[in-house]
Design a binder for this molecule. Structure first.
Ligand SMILES: *[C@@H]1O[C@H](CO)[C@@H](O)[C@H](O)[C@H]1NC(C)=O
Ligand SMILES: *[C@@H]1O[C@H](CO)[C@@H](O)[C@H](O)[C@H]1NC(C)=O
Ligand SMILES: *[C@@H]1O[C@H](CO)[C@@H](O)[C@H](O)[C@H]1NC(C)=O
Ligand SMILES: *[C@@H]1O[C@H](CO)[C@@H](O)[C@H](O)[C@H]1NC(C)=O
Ligand SMILES: *[C@@H]1O[C@H](CO)[C@@H](O)[C@H](O)[C@H]1NC(C)=O
Ligand SMILES: *[C@@H]1O[C@H](CO)[C@@H](O)[C@H](O)[C@H]1NC(C)=O
Ligand SMILES: *[C@@H]1O[C@H](CO)[C@@H](O)[C@H](O)[C@H]1NC(C)=O
Ligand SMILES: *[C@@H]1O[C@H](CO)[C@@H](O)[C@H](O)[C@H]1NC(C)=O
Ligand SMILES: *[C@@H]1O[C@H](CO)[C@@H](O)[C@H](O)[C@H]1NC(C)=O
Ligand SMILES: *[C@@H]1O[C@H](CO)[C@@H](O)[C@H](O)[C@H]1NC(C)=O
Ligand SMILES: *[C@@H]1O[C@H](CO)[C@@H](O)[C@H](O)[C@H]1NC(C)=O
Ligand SMILES: *[C@@H]1O[C@H](CO)[C@@H](O)[C@H](O)[C@H]1NC(C)=O
Length: 825
């Protein structure tokens, strides 16, 4: 894998699974039980009766260590995905001389020197006959009584590592008063327990995630019999059926998968997030279905001591100025837990040196302050500073409205916030004076300097340009920095083989596939009709560059040489939704549903979570791209401003767009985010029908599809009759109903009746319920007029860009309600 070169791809891969090299040689023998006369060694594997799971020695990534692990049969899940590890912190180095066998009625792993390194540790001789170990088809390794196969003496479900399989449990053991804990791997090459663990909160109906067994940074909230209060979205988890068990020995949650053909698991990921992943047969990839906490920087101290987490940059972690990663190797494996160390030791009060250079303080604005501050009552900022200066172990201070806080030792859980975040504070970091004399880098964190070799490889020959943007919304003059690569035109010409591989054309210009020198793929958009000057262009581009969300296509960089204006994006291997929805390839219903939710989340982010509300203005299947895991990414956002006044002309010439345009585009009223809601609604109908609304139906059913769907819904008819015939009825009727209801609300004539994209997400997640919508008048009209959508004319669209600009002044700063950390002693 050369994923190291592409941090984004690499991150997603790590999030999705540990894709491990398959070291199994073909023809290795498989056994069905480990018994008195049958042991397991070398390439031998223990296979479950139904062939679903396999147990044997494996080697994670480039590690030289071997472990006994369990994975899905490669015929079911083609990338080796480890779900359980026996000797997770006691590796062996030679698999052929190590052996897993029964010894003294226990299952024991002996290393090369035949020394036991792992054992099931059963003490009492409860068995009346020799025991044996078998792998059940649900992924439970059991040691059972040789004469009574239903008597389990030990089971791996009682000792989960990082994965919670269907049928498994994470229990509170009442007899020993112990919580079972599911620990993340340390990193992708080391299954030893990492810093993050999921566990029940004693004998309650709450799950929590802890950092280093002590600091709680996430909770599920209590179970109300149906849902966990803080993760209502699991209610709409149509894959899993959760149930709570409370008996005399233990209490726990378990779950089953409704459809046994679906492979799904929960994993306490190395990212510190709990994730639900589902295997996609058609793409042979794990699809991340759900994760909590939602954003990486909510994970407590993810970047380690003196590291800083920045949600708007990749990689998320960087060391503070004057610091470098303690272990570059671990950082390369996305394991930041080791944190950063100082480059130049502090002078402190070394009075022996004459003319000594005193340590100084670097102000770092817009930070979420580290945990465990100490405070002291002083009169002013200068006193606060000298308090810290005079204390050799003080590493930083913050002074605000007569409050002086300082920190001793490691700075933990630092976050870089955006410039307009009201929670941002200025942290003054103590550094050796020599750190200040080097060049002019004395403002904030040196972006990219120590961002790890991952970024270094990615950037290759190209220069990092740190774009600064005045924050117009707040007007305080604070600057926001974000790394975008400024490409030279020649570089892009080379990367795209002189623009030979065209991926598509759009209103804003054609898109070409390219390859960077490190062989990562990119998509290069050659912008047409740019009416802006250089400075304004760079300003707008840097704004777009700061907008990052899992459901938005990421801008990597740009090129601006005279009239040559190009944008460089991540390449999306699965192309656009259009090709998957309307052409020979088609997506199953569940995938469509996930794409609908993901797209809605991306739009919610644009509308509500960005610094400025961004109206996309051109939502249609062509602009929804799919990554390798069929995760939807909204493309082409923020471009309307780049093309400025030309936008309306561009809109009219865009093919396939008209079917998605909201009526207010012609009525001349100001365009708001609700115009996107309308387009999204129109597109939702196409998710159901699998064809364009504007095209007549192939199965002979007459009428405009949205009108047919709205009427059928109002009459309470059979929604399955609306479904894309290619799906042969394989869809959840409740979900189709939900999608159609949302779509009908989205395409209401009066924009105030349309939901916000945030509400759309909640409805699709099943958190919010809605009544059936009235049939919009425009749809009623369209019922007898197939020419309905050809009403968009050039003359009527001239206000569009103006209206759009007005709308974009609205800003919202709503933040997610769950706070990221809370201390627990
Ligand atoms: C192991 O022993 C049992 C009976 O003791 C026998 O039935 C079985 O065939 C043996 N297996 C092997 C692989 O020798
Ligand atoms: C493993 O090592 C090879 C060769 O050194 C390298 O190309 C590859 O990226 C490494 N893989 C991982 C997952 O680190
Ligand atoms: C447990 O009991 C069985 C049968 O009595 C015997 O074969 C076995 O050796 C005993 N194991 C231990 C560890 O004493
Ligand atoms: C086997 O394990 C023991 C105990 O952990 C250790 O001392 C010994 O070095 C190991 N042998 C080898 C060859 O690694
Ligand atoms: C077995 O006991 C040893 C020593 O007490 C312990 O280190 C090890 O973790 C135990 N193994 C299991 C699977 O509980
Ligand atoms: C086998 O074990 C199960 C569970 O412990 C028990 O219910 C059952 O009675 C046992 N059967 C025999 C024949 O001992
Ligand atoms: C589990 O059951 C016990 C009694 O058997 C009860 O005391 C306890 O409150 C129950 N736990 C929960 C979380 O309901
Ligand atoms: C985790 O806690 C232990 C003590 O419980 C401490 O020794 C260790 O340094 C902590 N790890 C980190 C990364 O802070
Ligand atoms: C969900 O699981 C519970 C407990 O195992 C079971 O009783 C119930 O029938 C399941 N529901 C469905 C719809 O499968
Ligand atoms: C609780 O544990 C005891 C002793 O291990 C066992 O006999 C009993 O069956 C267990 N009860 C339940 C409900 O699992
Ligand atoms: C995925 O493929 C496996 C093996 O080919 C099959 O058993 C399973 O039913 C498929 N699952 C789905 C959801 O199509
Ligand atoms: C200062 O210098 C003296 C003599 O050179 C030495 O003994 C002492 O340890 C030094 N003190 C410090 C704090 O370095």
């Amino acid at each position: 894998m050369d994923t190291k070169k592409n941090p984004w791809l690499m991150l997603s891969l790590v999030f999705l699974s540990f894709s491990l090299n398959n070291h199994l040689s073909h023809g290795a023998d498989t056994i069905s039980a480990i018994s008195a006369n049958q042991s397991l060694s070398g390439d031998q594997t223990l296979v479950s009766a139904g062939g679903s799971f396999v147990l044997g020695f494996f080697k994670p990534g480039n590690s030289s260590n071997y472990y006994i692990g369990m994975w899905y049969s490669l015929s079911k899940v083609s990338t080796q995905t480890i779900v359980w590890v026996a000797n997770r912190d006691k590796p062996v180095s030679d698999k052929s001389s190590s052996v897993l066998r029964i010894s003294d009625d226990n299952l024991v792993l002996f290393n090369e020197s035949q020394i036991p390194v792992w054992s099931t540790n059963l003490t009492s001789n409860t068995s009346s006959s020799p025991v044996e170990a078998v792998l059940r088809d649900d992924g439970n390794l059991v040691v059972r009584d040789g004469s009574n196969s239903s008597k389990y003496l030990w089971q791996s479900f009682d000792y989960p590592t990082d994965t919670w399989l269907p049928g498994g449990k994470i229990a509170f053991k009442k007899i020993t008063n112990e919580n079972q804990r599911v620990f993340s791997w340390k990193n992708e090459e080391d299954p030893a327990p990492g810093l993050f663990n999921l566990q029940p909160e004693a004998d309650t109906i709450i799950y929590i995630i802890l950092w280093n067994r002590s600091i709680q940074y996430w909770t599920s909230g209590p179970w109300d019999g149906k849902i966990f209060s803080l993760i209502p979205e699991l209610n709409s988890n149509y894959i899993c059926n959760f149930s709570y068990v409370n008996n005399t020995n233990e209490s726990y949650f378990t779950y089953s998968v409704y459809d046994p053909s679906i492979i799904s698991r929960f994993v306490m990921d190395v990212s510190g997030q709990i994730k639900q992943l589902t295997w996609l047969n058609n793409t042979n990839m794990w699809n991340m279905f759900w994760s909590q906490p939602k954003t990486q920087c909510e994970v407590y101290d993810f970047c380690g001591a003196f590291g800083s987490c920045n949600p708007n940059s990749l990689p998320f972690c960087s060391c503070l100025k004057g610091f470098v990663p303690k272990s570059q190797n671990e950082w390369n494996l996305l394991d930041y837990s080791g944190g950063c160390m100082r480059i130049t030791t502090l002078q402190c009060k070394n009075t022996n040196v004459t003319n000594r250079l005193e340590d100084r303080f670097l102000p770092m604005p817009s930070m979420a302050l580290p945990v465990q501050p100490q405070s002291v009552g002083v009169g002013n900022a200068a006193e606060c500073e000298s308090t810290c200066l005079n204390n050799c172990s003080c590493t930083a201070y913050a002074y605000e409205s007569n409050n002086c806080s300082f920190w001793v030792g490691d700075l933990l859980n630092l976050k870089q916030l955006s410039g307009d975040d009201h929670n941002g504070r200025t942290l003054n970091l103590k550094l050796a004076a020599s750190e200040f004399s080097s060049k002019k880098n004395n403002k904030g964190i040196l972006v990219g300097a120590v961002a790890g070799s991952v970024a270094a490889v990615l950037l290759g020959l190209f220069v990092v340009v740190i774009l600064r943007r005045r924050n117009r919304a707040v007007g305080t003059g604070k600057t926001v920095e974000g790394p975008l690569v400024a490409f030279g035109y020649r570089d892009l010409q080379n990367a795209t083989k002189n623009f030979s591989d065209k991926l598509g054309g759009g209103g804003f210009g054609s898109v070409f596939k390219g390859t960077l020198s490190d062989s990562t793929f990119i998509a290069v958009k050659k912008l047409e009709s740019i009416s802006q000057g250089e400075k304004q262009f760079r300003t707008e581009v840097s704004t777009i560059g700061t907008i990052q969300h899992v459901n938005l296509v990421r801008l990597r960089g740009f090129c601006s040489e005279g009239a040559r204006k190009l944008l460089v994006y991540d390449y999306m291997p699965n192309g656009s939704l259009e090709s998957h929805l309307f052409h020979e390839k088609f997506l199953d219903w569940k995938t469509r549903y996930q794409i609908a939710i993901g797209t809605a989340r991306g739009l919610t982010y644009l509308h509500e979570k960005c610094r400025e509300c961004i109206i996309h203005c051109d939502i249609k299947p062509e602009n929804i791209l799919l990554d390798a895991y069929l995760c939807p990414k909204v493309a082409d956002f923020g471009l309307a401003k780049l093309v400025g006044r030309e936008f309306s002309r561009v809109l009219t010439t865009m093919r396939g767009t008209r079917g998605y345009l909201a009526p207010e585009w012609i009525s001349g009223v100001a365009i708001t985010a609700k115009a996107d809601v309308y387009s999204y609604g129109m597109m939702l109908f196409e998710f159901v029908s699998g064809r364009r609304n504007s095209e007549p139906s192939a199965d002979g059913k007459t009428g405009f599809f949205p009108t047919r769907a709205a009427s059928l819904l109002a009459e309470g008819g059979d929604v399955l009759s609306l479904l894309d015939p290619r799906l042969e009825g394989n869809a959840d009727a409740e979900e189709i109903t939900r999608v159609c209801k949302v779509a009908c609300w989205c395409v209401q004539d009066d924009e105030t009746n349309r939901p916000t994209m945030g509400q759309v997400v909640q409805i699709l997640e099943g958190v919010l319920d809605v009544n059936p919508a009235p049939i919009p008048r425009s749809l009623q009209v369209f019922a007898d007029n197939q020419e309905h959508i050809v009403f968009f004319t050039e003359s009527s669209s001239s206000q569009s860009s103006q209206a759009r600009s007005n709308a974009s002044a609205t800003s919202s700063q709503s933040k997610s309600g769950v706070s990221s950390t809370s201390s627990k002693s």
